[in-house]
Design a protein around this ligand. Structure first.
Ligand code: BTN
Length: 323
């Protein structure tokens, strides 16, 4: 994939040589690229080329984009892993330092919230996890996922998607479609210290085939911004913003970020439903978040609070004829 990324023709022989593999292995790798959603042209006598050039994740480019912040991160860029969260959780348990990042071109078992799978396309999404360590215990980190979502929205708003917003607890949305999801997994002692693996899946450029294979409304950053996106630059910007937000959170929790989160709340004041894991549904008007990150919902009896592990949120579709 790295060799083909330039969009030029490469013979099977040259690809085999570049990868230090056999021609048969190259053939299998090409099939894997196609299965991952890339279009590969094969022309007798010329070899293979991608339908369009790809910007593969690259340590040197990332370091350049990170600038002085590069020293805060340890970057690991495997081509493929089962899940960057799963891989980083094992590294965290083995003592990896805060700031370790695993960013993969492909995940074979990407995981989403509430036991769902996370689908992403080869070379056209960002799927990465960041390890952060806290002196506080895991119980204190309840609002962390909201803070992480805010970091992603800040970056998108600064990069041509001014109407990027948040859907509690941490989906990043644009015009009702999901652009990014965040899965946070914690390790550590109840009283601290603790470690958080912050997994981010960000759609950069989804093909129609991938979009059609996802059972919810999704979009991507290129469509939302109307401009090409360089993945290394975007990943670096998100890492820098995550570090800034995590520093704030480690110092003072969600409180200093709450107002900004509410200003980005795509569902503020809207009629929504929360669905519990057991299928029960409750409705109300979204009234933002509490200082611990709980969703506040106004209903007939007052303000109800919901915590993110328990429920998922969905907007109530506008009724026909309603103003
Ligand atoms: C969700 O919206 O359900 C959360 C999706 C989180 C997906 C990311 S992709 C990188 C990291 N590795 C995983 O297996 N999941 C997260």
């Amino acid at each position: 994939m790295r060799t083909l990324a330039d969009g030029a023709f490469h013979s099977g022989e040259a690809l085999a040589e570049a990868a230090g593999r056999s021609r048969a292995a190259v053939w299998h790798a090409i099939r894997d690229l196609e299965a991952g959603g890339l279009v590969v042209y094969k022309v007798r006598g010329r070899g293979y080329r991608l339908q369009q050039p790809l910007d593969v994740l690259d340590a040197a480019q990332l370091a350049r984009c990170l600038g002085p912040a590069a020293s805060r991160f340890t970057l690991l860029l495997p081509g493929e892993v089962d899940s960057t969260n799963t891989a980083l959780l094992s590294q965290a348990a083995a003592g990896a330092p805060a700031g370790t990042v695993i960013a993969a071109e492909a995940q074979t078992a990407g995981r989403g919230r509430m036991g769902r799978a996370w689908a992403s396309a080869l070379g056209t999404s960002l799927t990465f996890s960041l390890l952060w360590r806290f002196e506080q215990g895991a119980g204190w980190l309840g609002g962390l996922s909201l803070a992480a979502g805010l970091a992603v929205v800040r970056v998108l708003r600064a990069r041509g998607v001014p109407d990027a917003g948040l859907k509690w607890p941490n989906d990043v949305v644009w015009r009702g479609c999901k652009l990014a999801g965040i899965l946070i997994e914690l390790q550590g002692e109840a009283m601290g210290p603790s470690a958080a693996v912050i997994g981010v899946g960000l759609n950069v450029r989804l093909s129609t085939a991938v979009r059609d294979g996802i059972d919810q409304a999704v979009s991507d950053v290129e469509r939302a911004s109307g401009a090409p996106v360089e993945r290394n630059a975007l990943l670096a910007a998100v890492l820098v913003e995550l570090a800034a937000v995590l520093d704030t959170f480690a110092r003072a929790g969600l409180t200093p970020l709450r107002e900004e989160w509410m200003a980005c709340d795509a569902y503020a004041g809207r009629e929504v439903q929360v669905r519990r894991a057991d299928g029960r549904v409750e409705a109300g008007i979204a009234r933002g978040i509490a200082e611990d990150g709980a969703l506040l919902l106004a209903n007939a009896t007052g303000i109800a609070r919901y915590h993110s592990g328990e429920v998922s949120l969905r907007p109530v579709p506008a009724r026909e004829g309603a103003a």
